[in-house]
Design a protein around this ligand. Structure first.
Ligand code: FES
Length: 71
């Protein structure tokens, strides 16, 4: 079982918990430990991290996982 989880927050960021190396486009690591909240609304001033802007910019996303039926 994976030691890393990614949780989709309703109308909010992706929460990543676990042992992850997050790098920029040049391969330089972003330092964080434990849990990171990654922006998916596009409004954060601290990308790739969430800064809470999604609460005020009207971002709405309510994706739910679907479960495939057994055949
Ligand atoms: S998801 Fe929080 S600022 Fe974008």
């Amino acid at each position: 079982m994976a030691d890393t989880t990614i949780k989709v927050r309703e109308s909010g960021p992706y929460l990543i918990t676990g042992d992850v190396t997050l790098t920029d486009c040049d391969g330089n690591p972003y330092p964080f430990s434990g849990t990171a909240a990654l922006c998916r609304c596009g409004g954060s001033q601290t990308k790739p991290f969430c800064d809470g802007t999604h609460k005020t910019n009207g971002f709405s996303a309510v994706e739910r996982a679907t479960v495939a039926e057994a055949q």
